[in-house]
Design a protein around this ligand. Structure first.
Ligand code: TXA
Ligand code: MG
Length: 341
């Protein structure tokens, strides 16, 4: 059975960190909150411990993990060829939701953290519990999102518990995460750098520091993604999900049509939309507030699993700022399907 321990973000949590550190140092895994989503951590230098992450998640073993560090300087222990631009990005956005991919220094990180690649993704999370844990540990954690592979990433400890109860010894519960979508993965081994996964640090923010970057994500499905994780089915609730334009008449018509086919419909959309005749409605923020949509998206996808919906309609948002990450996750959850009346 999995133990869940509450960690107050504003209190001294030494005892809770000690429990977690003891488990990690003896080769176990621990789930912990970050500012993006909950992570499932193991010592990045311990191959057997890292193997337990893949087992608990049911994760394909060819998908590399992000190395989480508790202070910026640690990046030089694991990565090499760190450019001046990379240092600027680290100064601006660490701690924060930005994973930087560098050439790895061979033989330091356990081989199964970076299967099949010569690079390593590193980030410094911006969350008091993640940082408290990393500092108490004094070593880096390899940590993917703490969901079963294919499920939406967990933004609450209860989501982790639902997916991994009995499979891991400990969850540190730091409440709901803030950003709500994962970190941006930026490949610093290309010139210019390439966004492999849009996330909490927006393309606009990155370009304001280093100028134009490439984005693999603007033209989905053209070539095999270089961020190996992007090729798998992701973020998927149980019922089929369709993305639909933010057009109120079209949404009403879609729901009528689906009801006529005897289908029950869950609707995910902006606050202003209202239930629109759907059987279940999950509001995720005021239209145009892409930060709110990011914060609430995964929780809404998971709530759909608690309904008897035969089908989910999710209303499209614009691509500004973190909207790019919201739409990237929605299109993956939808396997590219747009609802056509
Ligand atoms: O916000 C986040 O990044 C969260 C929290 C827990 O830190 N972590 C997370 O990890 O989302 P995960 O494993 O679910 O996603 C990591 C993504 C995958 O798409 C993986 O393929 C990519 O980052 N990635 C990791 N290392 C890479 C590398 N060396 N080269 C290319 N892609 C890499
Ligand atoms: Mg993940």
């Amino acid at each position: 059975e999995t133990k869940v321990v509450s960690v107050d973000n504003f209190m001294d949590n030494e005892r809770n960190y000690k429990q977690a550190v003891d488990i990690l140092k003896s080769g176990g895994v621990v789930a912990f909150p970050t500012e993006t989503v909950y992570g499932l951590g193991a010592l990045a230098t311990d191959e057997l411990a890292v193997q337990k992450i893949f087992e608990a998640k049911g994760r394909p073993s060819d998908n590399p993990l992000i190395v989480h560090i508790g202070n910026k300087e640690q990046v030089f222990n694991y990565a090499t060829d760190i450019s001046a631009d990379a240092e600027k990005l680290m100064d601006m956005f660490w701690p924060g939701p930005l994973t930087l991919v560098f050439h790895k220094i061979p033989g330091v990180i356990a081989p199964n953290v970076t299967p099949g690649v010569e690079t390593v993704g590193v980030r410094m999370p911006d969350h008091p519990v993640a940082l408290g844990l990393l500092r108490a540990l004094g070593e880096p954690l390899a940590a993917p999102s703490a969901n079963r592979s294919g499920k939406p990433s967990p933004t609450e400890a209860a989501h982790v518990h639902k997916d991994l109860d009995g499979l891991i010894p400990l969850i540190l519960d730091g409440g709901q995460t803030g950003v709500g979508v994962e970190s941006t993965v930026l490949d610093m081994t290309t010139i210019p750098p390439t966004i492999l996964r849009p996330g909490g640090t927006t393309q606009e923010m990155i370009e304001s520091i280093v100028g134009p970057v490439n984005s693999e994500t603007k033209s989905p499905g053209e070539q095999a993604p270089r961020s190996p994780g992007m090729k798998y089915l992701h973020y998927a609730p149980e019922a089929p999900l369709y993305v639909i334009n933010y057009d109120v008449d079209k949404i009403y018509a879609a729901i009528d049509k689906l009801h006529a086919e005897g289908k029950k419909v869950a609707l995910i959309g902006p606050d202003e939309l209202g239930v629109s005749g759907a059987d279940w409605y999950f509001a995720i923020g005021v239209a145009g507030n892409n930060e709110a949509m990011a914060t609430n998206l995964y929780g809404a996808l998971r709530k759909c699993d608690l309904t008897e919906a035969d089908l989910i309609l999710a209303v499209e948002t614009d691509l500004a700022g973190v909207g790019a990450a919201v739409m990237n996750r929605l299109m993956k959850a939808a396997e590219g399907k747009h609802f056509m009346n």
